[in-house]
Design a protein around this ligand. Structure first.
Ligand code: TPP
Length: 574
């Protein structure tokens, strides 16, 4: 039987198990939306901006393990996805993004709303293709889902010209894929694993470094077993947080630019670094020549291209983290790590994480309240100081999740990603920790959250500044606060260096703004307000609650490794 491309599209999505997707229509996607209108199996969520849409798809994918599906129109609809595509690519998030396109005969003609989205995104996605013939449609969609979710997951873009979608063709959707040149590796090289385990046995100061790959592979249980068995200490990247509970006696902390003292010190002093599922990006290595300089390095990663790219390793193993850890469990033995653990404890006790602030209400207290109140929440952050505070203080036990833009560091990610996370996890508490800057980047998604009755608790850390950049200016640019004050008015002194000056309030008023969308809003100045606001939020089960925390304007995220320095050259106090 011959059916239109649009009909095959819907059939394909159903076959792929898609029950929820994110869409924003337009002239070159209208026929597909028309087809989606006629069916009941796939729910289509309408965010208010395509950037919000793709971050929502990311939040959904990051918290459900399913592929996030986007459908937008051509031209501006497609270009509005670009930041999210890059974001998903860096953090290895499986997405299939369908973009409308002008008819094949018009491609290359500078037609209305035509952009070469495949060309634009070539360097920031796992795979991208324009479907030029109706007969290729089913195969390409099948391949797109397969590529997005296998190997190192990532975003795939499928560009759908209007005439292809309207053309009639076969109704078959393939059952299997066979892609020449794409064979995601499976299996673990036994010889390499043996070498790695031998090195682990010989080390006096062994250390595991856990990256996001462990969480993506769903290898938490296996990792937890491995650490209990070996008693080897663990440091993590932010993306690897939660793989081991933060209250485990073997968990040291995050490493990197804003890593904790003991973790950065442990990297610098260990004699064997066993890293799993991280690509050693510059934010975690600091000065490369000094990174783990006393250590033999073992690296397990699913992506062969990330091995020895930034850090030259001694024993490379290309493998899925879960499979590799399962194999390690067969050979692992308890290690004598007491002395090494004691050394680490001395660093931990000597330089615990703390925030020097006199204010009653501050980031640390807020996160501690969250730790105390919510059982295994999903905490989604935006990007900035609040993100680092969350990464430092959030307790991760059980299935608590931290969802954050790790690789690209995308402001505006947090709130829409929380929308996607809540849609994918209706029964779990979803909190979004964001800044007054970042929240304003995708504030329009309040409408999406209200319309879909999503009771997300949004905690805005309002310091009136683009705090993370302001911190760098304060510490390293002699307090020249160029373009970081969100209260700046054209009548202001351009050279103002007074962070705490009493200035007229900025706009918007977040409480009124929440109310204008049909959400709830609270402003919090002290701990009593905080308690009331959170209690109110818990009872508000049909719409988001915005809690605006009025925090200090000059708080600093410490420690910090100043640019170009080795990890053990941290500024701990200011
Ligand atoms: C899209 C985007 N633009 C700019 C930046 C650079 N940047 C990183 S953090 C930050 C400040 C964030 O300010 P805010 O959202 O208020 O959070 P805070 O740091 O104050 O907690 C900026 C501008 C970025 N990461 N992403």
């Amino acid at each position: 039987m011959e059916i239109a491309g649009t009909k095959l599209f819907v059939k394909a999505l159903i076959k792929e198990g898609v029950d929820l997707m994110f869409g924003y229509p337009g002239g070159y996607a209208i026929d597909i939306f028309d087809e989606l209108y006629r069916q009941d199996e796939i729910e289509v969520i309408l965010p208010r901006h395509e950037q919000g849409l793709i971050h929502a798809a990311e939040g959904y994918a990051r918290t459900t393990g399913k592929v996030g599906v986007c459908l937008v129109t051509s031209g501006p609809g497609a270009t509005n996805l670009v930041t999210g595509i890059a974001d998903a690519n860096y953090d290895s998030i499986p997405l299939v993004c369908f973009t409308g396109q002008v008819s094949t005969g018009l491609i290359g003609n500078d037609a209305f709303q035509e952009v070469d989205i495949i060309g634009i995104t070539r360097s920031i996605c796992k795979y991208g293709v324009t479907v030029r013939n109706r007969e290729d449609l089913g195969r390409i969609i099948k391949e797109a889902f397969y590529i997005a979710r296998t190997g190192k997951p990532g975003p795939v873009i499928v560009d759908l010209p209007k005439d292809v979608m309207l053309a009639l063709g076969g109704d078959q959707y393939p059952e299997e894929v066979n892609i020449r040149g794409y064979k995601p590796s499976t299996g673990v090289h036994a010889g390499q694993l043996k070498r790695a385990m031998k090195a682990l046995d010989q080390a006096k100061k062994p250390l595991f470094l856990i990256g996001g790959g462990v969480n993506i592979a769903g290898a938490r249980t296996e990792l937890r077993k491995l650490i209990e068995l070996t008693e080897i200490p663990v440091v993590s990247t932010i993306m690897g947080r939660g793989a081991l509970p933060t209250d485990s006696p073997y968990y040291v902390g995050n490493i990197g630019l804003h890593g904790c003292y003991a973790a950065n010190q442990a990297i610098s002093e260990c004699d064997l670094l066993f890293s799993i599922g991280t690509r050693f990006n510059d934010r975690i290595t600091g000065k490369i020549s000094d990174f783990a300089k006393h250590a033999k390095i073992i690296h397990i990663d699913i992506d062969s291209a990330s091995i020895s790219r930034n850090i030259i390793v001694d024993i490379p193993i290309v493998a899925d983290a879960k499979e590799a850890i399962e194999k390690m469990l067969l050979h692992a033995t308890k290690r004598q790590t007491n002395e090494w653990l004691e050394e680490i404890t001395t660093w931990k006790n000597g330089f615990p994480l703390s925030l020097k602030t006199k204010q009653d209400i501050n980031p640390q207290r807020i996160i501690e309240y969250i730790n105390k109140t919510f059982k295994e929440p999903i905490v989604v952050t935006d990007v900035g100081q609040h993100q680092m505070f969350t990464a430092q203080y959030l307790k991760m036990t059980g299935d608590t999740r931290l969802v954050t833009s790790g690789g690209l560091g995308t402001m505006g990610f947090g709130f829409p990603a929380a929308v996607g996370a809540k849609l994918g996890n209706p029964d779990r508490t979803v909190l979004c920790v964001t800044g007054d800057g970042g929240f304003q980047m995708n504030i329009q998604e309040l409408a999406t959250a209200v319309c879909n009755e999503l009771p997300i608790i949004v905690c805005i850390f309002n310091n009136n500044y683009l705090g993370m950049v302001r911190q760098m200016q304060q510490m390293f640019y002699d307090k020249r606060y160029s373009c970081t004050c969100l209260r700046y008015h054209k009548s202001c002194d351009k050279n103002c260096r007074d962070l705490k000056k009493a200035c007229p309030p900025y706009s918007p008023d977040f409480v009124k703004l929440a109310e204008s969308y049909g959400a709830k809003g609270y402003r919090v100045w002290n701990q009593d307000d905080m308690k009331l606001a959170f209690e109110g939020a818990v009872h508000n089960t049909k719409s988001p609650t915005i809690i605006e925390f009025m925090i200090e304007k000059d708080d600093l995220v410490l420690p910090i490794v100043p640019a170009g320095n080795a990890l053990n050259h941290m500024v701990v106090n200011c």
